[in-house]
Design a protein around this ligand. Structure first.
Ligand code: NAD
Length: 499
């Protein structure tokens, strides 16, 4: 067993050289081996980083849009060149298979590409002669130091939903990645210096609740982009906003896939398997509840079971379909839900707990698991399991399925599978969920649209990336101007009216 590598903060473009008071272990989930020891930031260190960021910010906010865009283009190029290395770091700490890891870097890269257009995105409006000889125009200005607090499941993509846009808009960033798999985000953060970003604009502090609380309390942190589980998202939203900050806090999910009787069942079975078990179900857009409108459930389940029989679970570096779960504790939690589902009376069609796993002795594995006859009162339906467990709920009609989806407290993503355009259009209008797929099981919006759910899946009113991201990381200002002309003189105490 090799000695765990030290993983530390990145402050002002440099790795931190101090000695940590507290650390946290990082594991390779495929082997169970501890590979890293992560420095955890104290409140004082967070304060130092924010102060550095604030000092650097003033110059960056003054930097022209053309120069900022140059840095964005250079960063995008570096990220593209290093995406395989970064993917390998993700697989080593998260466990997802390499192709999936590189795929998430690519989705993050797309946000950098969107942010390359910042000169266009920051354009305001201009109205000549709104009143006689009076012009009105709008501008957007950066906020200052902003923080991004990210979850374990997309260690590269989720930070990238926010950071390129925040930087392009002229802010300084303090990223607090997940303590479970921080290395990919730190490697990406280091690329900004290489791309020409001034030191102090992109910083990483590692930590747990202490670091998060310090960021939420610091008066010079102006905005918080958080992604994680619902209870923590709600806490971050309430604490951050009560401290006067702008907060967008994306929370957990329970995503339903509604399959109508007229759907192509082969396509639906492929989609259910891909979206249920990709990344071992550790995706906020994973499908965890398959709502089958009778009489198709038996046939659909048979097709899904056949496909599941071909899946290989194992060490993500070796090219299987599905990797391990992120930690031993999470594996035990997921296995606990499988046991609970059996106790609560669901039919266990495929049990992932006792499958063989390739090339990863000691790893945190649970294989693909399928339940039938799941009902709303069961914990496997009600809770976000965040593992490779797919539950089939049988319903008798579209209306019954829709009612169930809309009654769920989460509203992140959903999908309908049908060949009926009218039914799909009705679903898209009636479903109370932020991201909807029509014959697309994981409808993650492209970077120039915005990502975000409804209800308990998002606290705040601004979604991630796209133009909403530009608005989140800037403040609007409207200027009403009149250049001096002797004819404008004279006293008038009335409210300004347009003439
Ligand atoms: P998590 O809530 O445990 O952690 C998220 C972040 O919060 C981490 O940086 C962590 O260090 C920090 N944190 C943890 N406990 C804290 C506390 N008590 N106080 C302050 N900060 C704390 O989430 P996770 O397990 O890392 O990620 C999985 C969750 O994230 C799932 O619920 C998933 O649905 C959700 N998620 C949502 C989206 C989305 O877009 N809605 C995207 C990805 C993940």
């Amino acid at each position: 067993m090799s000695t765990p590598t030290r993983i530390t903060h990145l402050i002002g473009g440099q790795p931190w050289t101090g000695t940590a008071e507290r650390t946290s272990p990082v594991f390779n989930p495929a082997t169970g081996e501890q590979t890293g020891v992560l420095d955890l930031a104290t409140t004082e260190l967070v304060g130092e980083v924010v102060a550095n960021g604030k000092a650097a910010w003033e110059g960056w906010a003054e930097t022209s849009l053309a120069k900022r865009a140059h840095v964005l283009f250079a960063f995008r190029q570096l990220l593209d060149e290093r995406k395989n290395e970064i993917g390998a770091l993700i697989t080593a700490e998260h466990g997802k298979v390499l192709s999936d890891a590189v795929g998430e870097v690519t989705r993050g890269l797309e946000v950098a590409e969107f942010a390359c257009g910042i000169p266009h995105l920051m354009k305001g409006g201009f109205t000549e002669n709104a009143s006689t000889n009076v012009d009105v125009y709008s501008i957007r200005q950066p906020l200052g130091v902003v923080t991004v607090i990210s979850p374990f499941n997309f260690p590269a993509m989720v930070p990238m939903w926010f950071i390129p846009i925040a930087i392009a808009c002229g802010n300084a960033v303090v990223l607090k990645p997940s303590e479970k798999d921080p290395s990919a985000a730190i490697a990406i953060a280091a690329l900004w210096k290489e791309a020409g970003l001034p030191d102090g604009i992109m910083n990483v502090v590692n930590g747990d609740k202490e670091a998060v609380d310090a960021l939420l309390a610091h008066p010079d942190v102006k905005a918080v982009s958080f992604v994680g589980s619902t209870p923590i998202a709600q806490y971050v939203y309430e604490t951050g906003t009560s401290n006067g900050k702008r907060v967008q806090a994306l929370g957990g999910a329970k995503n339903h896939m509604l399959v109508l009787p007229d759907a192509d069942l082969d396509l639906a079975a492929d989609a259910a398997v891909n979206a249920g078990f990709g990344s071992a179900g550790e995706r906020c857009m994973a499908i965890s509840a398959l709502v089958a409108v009778e009489p198709i459930a038996d046939e659909l389940i048979s097709k899904i079971r056949d496909r599941m029989g071909k899946l290989v679970t194992g060490d993500g570096t070796q090219g299987p379909d599905m990797g391990p779960l992120v930690t031993a504790a999470h594996r035990d939690k997921v296995a606990g839900y499988v046991a609970a589902g059996v106790d609560e009376g669901a039919t266990l069609v495929v049990d992932g707990r006792d499958q063989g796993f390739e090339g990863g002795d000691g790893g945190f594995f649970v294989g693909p698991t399928l339940f039938d006859n799941v009902s709303r009162g069961m914990s496997i339906y009600a809770d976000e399991i965040f593992g490779p467990v797919l539950s089939v709920v049988r319903v008798d009609s579209y209306d019954e399925g829709l009612k169930m989806i809309n009654a769920n407290p989460y509203g992140n993503g959903t999908a309908i599978f049908t060949n009926d355009g009218g039914a799909a259009r009705r679903f898209q209008r009636e479903v109370e969920v932020g991201m909807v797929g029509v014959n697309v099981p994981i409808p993650v919006p492209v970077s120039y649209y915005s990502f975000g759910g409804w209800k308990n899946s998002l606290f705040g009113d601004t979604h991630a990336h796209g133009i909403e991201g530009v608005h989140f990381f800037t403040r609007g200002k409207v200027v009403t101007s009149r250049w001096l002309d002797p004819s404008h003189g004279g006293l008038n105490l009335g409210f300004p009216q347009n003439t």
